[in-house]
Design a protein around this ligand. Structure first.
Ligand code: CA
Length: 439
């Protein structure tokens, strides 16, 4: 189990001054990973670590020869355009690099001069999807989302009987996962109005976002083996923000009996930054299950999962319509929720995914499912916020929305922060733009 150590010390400050400012997403306690290059160039993408408003170019750092041992070996793998090989190395190597970076960035470090030459301002870079995602599984771990959506799709039977026993998921499409800033074409598809005799083909009319946490698998498991619940931190590299764009009208017509297909496969967007599980250790806490609910089967149950299975990660969804952006209005918040309210933990997702012997591979990706909280205001999708499209939301500028219109931008933010603490382990942002259907 990952323990809290000197890299988490809230008193640590960096010689990169912007990292010490209140409200900064990327203090020295965070050190998340991305792949980046200078904007508008053909440079190869390579690994970077965020510190304040700067990025440490891991290729340049590797070339200095400053780090040794496992940290240097890890750094070598971070020089590639995707982080799969670094992810495959496992926790010991991820942690060795984190500890060396923490030491080198501390305000008293003698390595400041060397590191200073490895910094690039975040404002001058662009990002790519940080891993070659082989397989992508989307879970459905918020019981609040599942119940509300279930009521809309099946008023008499909202929560199916397997929900409280199985971390429900389906196999998603990885080719259409894009990086923050992604332009999302309104998908075409079949829809059928309840009173229509036959379906028709046309642009989706009920385009939605889903506020999710993304989970990157680091080291995998052999086919035929499974990952024990308490071993998940050896296999999970880190978390990010994830928008699982959804076409609700396509979904309603196609989803039975095998689940979502074209309603989900046209686009999903990840944030550039992956916050490692080690950085999140101080924010993991109790996971509970109401006594009146079925308790998990033994392979999904442990005292470690009960005491540290949840992640106290605040999630926020914002919108900026085309009109708002033209008039330089800021993004408007639609909702907030917290990943700690999830019905299933990351450990349970990994243990369940592999219990049948399914092999996970480095760079595989899970979506947590839409994270909606216990109150209606904590809904992680427009489907829920507009009560199935029946109650439009009025924005501050007077515009209304049930579902997304062309030109809308959706932004998610996320962070972990203890009450009374200045330290914020931020996830940065993920944005995406709705553009008209392409034909
Ligand atoms: Ca989803």
């Amino acid at each position: 189990m990952i323990t809290v150590n000197q890299t988490h010390n809230p008193d640590l400050k960096s010689w990169v001054n912007s990292a010490n400012l209140d409200g900064c997403d990327f203090p020295i306690q965070n050190l998340p990973f991305a792949v980046f290059r200078q904007k508008d160039t053909n440079e190869p993408f390579r690994g970077g670590v965020a510190i304040g408003d700067q990025i440490i170019d891991l290729q340049t750092l590797y070339d200095t020869g400053l780090f040794t041992g496992k940290a240097a070996q890890a750094l070598n793998k971070c020089c590639q355009p995707v982080l799969n090989e670094f992810m495959a190395m496992g926790f010991e190597y991820w942690s060795a690099l984190r500890h060396s970076l923490s030491d080198a960035l501390t305000e008293t470090s003698e390595d400041q001069k060397v590191l200073q030459n490895c910094l690039i301002a975040m404002t001058s870079v662009e990002y790519d999807v940080p891993a070659r995602i082989g397989d992508y599984t989307d879970f459905y771990t918020s019981i609040h989302h599942a119940t509300t959506v279930g009521k809309l799709f099946r008023p008499d039977n909202p929560l199916l009987p397997n929900y409280k026993w199985v971390p429900i998921g389906y196999h998603g499409r990885s080719s259409s996962i894009g990086i923050s800033g992604q332009k999302v074409h309104r998908p075409l598809g079949q829809t059928k109005a309840p009173d229509a005799e036959v379906p028709t083909l046309g642009p989706c009319k009920r385009l939605d976002y889903e506020l999710e946490v993304g989970i990157y698998i680091g080291s995998g498991n052999e086919s035929g083996s499974s990952v024990a619940l308490d071993d998940y931190q050896q296999h999970v590299f880190g978390l990010c923000l994830f928008n699982d764009w959804s076409a609700r009208d396509l979904q309603a017509w196609e989803y039975q009996p095998l689940g979502p297909f074209l309603a989900k496969s046209f686009a999903s967007t990840v944030s550039p930054w992956i916050v490692t599980m080690e950085a999140l250790a101080p924010y993991q806490g109790q996971w509970t299950r109401p006594n009146s609910d079925p308790q998990p089967l033994p392979y999904l149950e442990s005292s470690q999962n009960r005491t540290t299975g949840s992640v106290d990660m605040e999630l926020e969804a914002y919108i900026a319509t085309a009109k708002m952006r033209e008039e330089n209005q800021p993004y408007q918040k639609l909702s907030r929720s917290n990943f700690k309210d999830s019905y299933w933990t990351v450990a349970q997702m990994v243990a369940h995914h592999t219990i049948n012997g399914c092999n996970l591979k480095p760079g595989d990706f899970f979506g947590s499912g839409t994270q909606s909280g216990p109150t209606p205001e904590e809904a992680g999708s427009l489907l829920e916020l507009s009560n199935g499209g029946k109650e439009p939301i009025t924005l501050d500028n007077g515009e209304t929305r049930t579902f997304l219109k062309d030109g809308d931008a959706i932004l998610f933010k996320g962070y972990c922060q203890k009450q009374g603490s200045d330290i914020r382990i931020g996830f940065g942002e993920v944005t995406g733009y709705v553009v008209p259907a392409s034909s």
